[in-house]
Design a protein around this ligand. Structure first.
Ligand code: NI
Length: 192
């Protein structure tokens, strides 16, 4: 099967897997991360396109908050349906694992593919979409608005300086300044 067809199938797979999830870790998040990765890839011709895009689409399918899988079981189950070399499957799983904060403890990925997918995922935590996701997730886990606001200072405002690629740094800078505008307005309206 052609690589592009496998990528199309991976999109459908995540739609099925995340059906019913609406906390910001869902098929639409996956699709945005995929599009971010496509954009960053334009400046990284040396990265393996198929590994990068597959990892972008599958990066949350074994997320421990959603699934109780071990050793990338969902990603492997999907990839094994196609006649891909073991080495390619391992590279995709390695890329997924360096992106996962819980598995990688926030270390910088060594490969171009890992750098791109990590940036693509982090970009989705920034800007208007980052704000929307923070409150959607906060509501789901019972956080107050102020607790969600604290998450910006604890984590989201730090992401701009943690981007690996120049392409992502540019997008992150704009999204970051949108968030700081939002926080300023929030403080003003709530009388802080
Ligand atoms: Ni993600």
């Amino acid at each position: 099967m052609l690589q592009d067809e496998i990528i199309q199938q991976a999109m459908k797979y995540t739609e099925r897997l995340f059906a019913g999830n609406s906390d910001g870790h869902d098929a639409l998040h996956t699709l945005r991360v995929y599009k971010n990765a496509q954009l960053i890839l334009e400046s990284y011709p040396e990265a393996d396109r198929f590994v990068t895009l597959s990892a972008a689409l599958l990066h949350d399918v074994d997320d421990h908050k959603l699934f109780k899988t071990e050793n990338n079981a969902n990603a492997r189950a999907f990839l094994r349906e196609y006649e891909l070399p073991d080495e390619t499957i391992e590279r995709i799983c390695d890329t997924i694992n360096v992106v996962s904060f819980s598995k990688n403890k926030g270390r910088t990925p060594e490969t171009s593919e890992g750098k791109i997918v990590q940036d693509a995922d982090r970009l989705d935590a920034l800007g208007a979409i980052g704000i929307a996701r923070t409150f959607a997730y906060g509501g789901k886990v019972g956080r107050s608005l102020d607790e969600s606001i604290q998450h910006f200072y604890d984590k989201l405002l730090l992401l701009k300086d943690q981007m690996n690629t120049d392409a992502a740094k540019l997008i992150a800078a704009r999204r970051h300044s949108f968030m700081t505008d939002f926080l300023r307005e929030y403080d003003q309206e709530t009388g802080k």
